[in-house]
Design a protein around this ligand. Structure first.
Ligand code: PAF
Length: 306
């Protein structure tokens, strides 16, 4: 039986572990071990209990286990490289990694430094934790995967096929880079503003915030054009990007975005993985990005108080 290691026992990590576990051997790896009895609540409200192997990175490295077929890294974006380093000595350098992070920070860095295949996944599966032993699968959504240089299509297809068997709607794609930037663009327009002002996503439509969303999207549109990322849905320029953002705001009007949840829990946000690559790209291409820099600065000040 092949083995999948899941590094980072957050909501997506545990959803993956529950889903994969009937099909392949799974080990969930974190900074501390979780109870082996784990509960999954499905979107329909059904409760499944499974026993999952849970190890700390220290235990795993000391045990010198058999090499895994895949290592899924499901930590927050800014923690992915450190998490990989914590188990790297137990991994053959040819081990395929699958990066599940938001933004576009961990993906290019790990692709550049890891000798083996690095797949990137982007998902709209919704999940949240209810404690050390519980995860709720709140909503189903598609998952796309591929590698940044399109060198490992067969591997992406094999993984997508396995995930589809487990109940994910998963597909291998040749444009994962654009898809990651597209998700990042939506996150940049929604997350910082709702996190800074304590808003549900839908409140961005109000008079006080809608012009700020427009200003973010204007800067993001210019940056993505330089990055060679086409506007969504065959549209043009900031009209197309803005339409996508308003559509997501509409669909998630009652959501507390992930960045707001981080701020409320006094956790560091993913600003470095979402605003960081946009600001870095703007600077590289000689574009102004005062609005994005302002949001990043405000979030930095907020995080300094945690
Ligand atoms: O980060 C999030 O919470 C989500 O990606 C999104 C789309 C902003 C909806 O809340």
């Amino acid at each position: 039986m092949t083995t999948h290691w899941i590094l980072g026992p957050g909501a997506i990590g545990r959803l993956l572990a529950h889903s994969l576990s009937p099909f392949v051997e799974v080990a969930v790896i974190g900074r501390r071990a979780l109870p082996s009895r784990q509960v999954l609540t499905t979107p329909e409200g059904n409760v499944h209990i499974q026993h999952l192997t849970s190890l700390t990175a220290v235990q795993l490295v000391a045990d010198t286990p058999e090499s895994p077929a895949f290592v899924h890294i499901t930590t927050k974006a800014m923690a992915a490289e450190a998490a990989l380093s914590s188990i790297a000595s137990a991994l053959p350098p040819s081990t395929p990694l699958v990066l599940w992070q938001n933004g576009f920070y961990a993906q290019p860095r790990i692709t550049e430094t890891w000798p083996g295949p690095v797949l990137c996944a982007t998902t709209t599966q919704g999940a949240y934790l209810t404690g050390d032993d519980g995860v709720v699968h709140a909503g189903r959504g598609p998952t796309f995967m591929g590698d940044l240089d399109n060198q490992h299509t067969g591997l992406s297809e094999a993984l997508a096929a396995l995930l589809s068997e487990t109940g994910f709607t998963a597909a291998a794609v040749g444009d994962i880079r654009s898809r990651l930037w597209q998700k990042l663009a939506v996150n940049a327009a929604i997350n910082p503003l709702v996190a800074l002002h304590g808003l549900r996503n839908g409140e961005l439509r109000g008079e006080a915030y809608s012009s700020r969303v427009v200003a973010v999207v204007k800067e993001v549109t210019a940056i993505l054009a330089k990055e060679g990322v086409a506007p969504p849905n065959g549209g043009e320029g900031d009209t197309a990007w803005l339409a996508l953002v308003w559509q997501v705001v509409e669909n998630t009007a009652n959501n507390k975005a992930s960045m707001l949840q981080d701020v409320e829990a006094k956790r560091f946000t993913e600003r470095g993985a979402i605003l960081g690559p946009l600001i870095e790209s703007a600077e590289r291409h000689g574009l102004g990005c005062e609005v994005l820099k302002g949001l990043d600065q405000e979030l930095t000040l907020l995080e300094a108080r945690f």
